[in-house]
Design a protein around this ligand. Sequence first.
Ligand SMILES: Cc1ncc(COP(=O)(O)O)c(C=O)c1O
Length: 470
Amino acid sequence: MSNAPKNQEGQAIWSQDKEHFIHPYTDYATFKEEGSHVISEGSGNYLTDADGNRYLDTIAGLWCTNIGHGRTEMADAIAEQVMKMEYCNPFGHSTNEPGSVLAAKLAELAPGDLNHVFYTCGGSTANDAAIRLVHFYNNQRGKPNKKKIISRMDAYHGSTYIAANLTGIHGTKYSFDRIADEWVEHISPANMYRRPVGAEDLSEDAFCDFLVAEFENRILQLGPDNVAAFIAEPVMGAGGVLVAPKGYHRRMRDICTQYDMLYIADEVVTAFGRLGHWFASEAVYDCVPDIIVSAKGISSGYIPLGAAIISSKVYDVISQPQCEGGLLSMGFTYSGHPVACAAALKNIEIIEREKLNENVQALTPYFYELANGLMDISVVGDVRGSHFMMAIEFVTDRRDKVSFPAEADISNRIYQHCLARGMIIRPLGNQIVLSPPLTLTQDDVERLFTVLRESILAAWNDINEAGLLE
Ligand SMILES: Cc1ncc(COP(=O)(O)O)c(C=O)c1O
């Protein structure tokens, strides 16, 4: 089915896009015919397409427009900074005002002694920078063999070469090279719904013991002197919104400390309110990492920005003068871009002033009450998540957790039915993901689950009518 708009102007954009724009994660089996759905405007919790159809945006762009769309005061803050000073050199001993003020603000908001900020242009580059800094840190400490990074299957850490190698989602690897096999290791995800063989029937506590033991065994196998860090999302996002068993992150942190490893929390999705706090690591999971990686919600997607926020312990080592003439030789032209940092400062001001963290906390019980209500539909296998991060997984048999066959295309069908009813969700394999703006209202929540229920039932009906399960 073509995504071409009905009006001529929209059609021209649709064609230009189809011919020239290489999109992230595109399915070329269908793209060349269907093209993209052209979105033209955003306001509050709603997006409008090129034909003027309005949609409740239940995924906040892509886990990022935390303060909602089309904020005039964001536009003003951005314009003001452009007019005042749009750019200057951030290398060496030259800086700009918003970059410096934001770094201090991030240090204030981040837990523990995470007081130093290395800026990038997004989440992948922030993860990449974090890993380079970890390696540099160990070289500086005279531990040049301590390089391996333990990540998790199903983790998503981005799309630069290193971030893609840290990523553990099987489907992202096909035909791409793995350049970091020597120093990237993957252990089991903390998936409570679909557990690894041998852990299927364990209690939550025993499953946590299982995962922690697997981690420690891997470190011992590799040799603690060779292992530099563990990287984990507080709640795994693109891997299916997986909430770890209670105590998991704290225990993984303790193991890192025991083996002189660093704990990197990839909070690209979870920070800036998505879990009802500035950062989830300590506030939700009682875990103070050595590095927090942030992007997305840091500027609510108004301007690209990423940051690796580093502990004083690490900073004290990496900021030692090296050999004569030696520099901390990494950074980007746009590190600490003044316009992006001004946008982030305004974004933080809005989240504070409008008490959006509190809004997430207050709406969470209702959000999950209505979501759990969907369990009366037989194909809803699991509703899971934390605060404004949720996945709903669909199965043909709830008891045996049997996934839908690929040709049933269940999540895309639900997506299409939601679109037809004025709502955007995110289809993801046999799941759909919800990650709404923090500005969601109680009425929006009601609408969301009314539309979702209708769409799930309509998709299920289509699949049955087409005889796709026979
Ligand atoms: C947890 C996590 N880390 C890193 C990234 C990569 O961020 P970016 O796409 O800004 O490079 C993402 C993107 O979705 C993410 O979800």
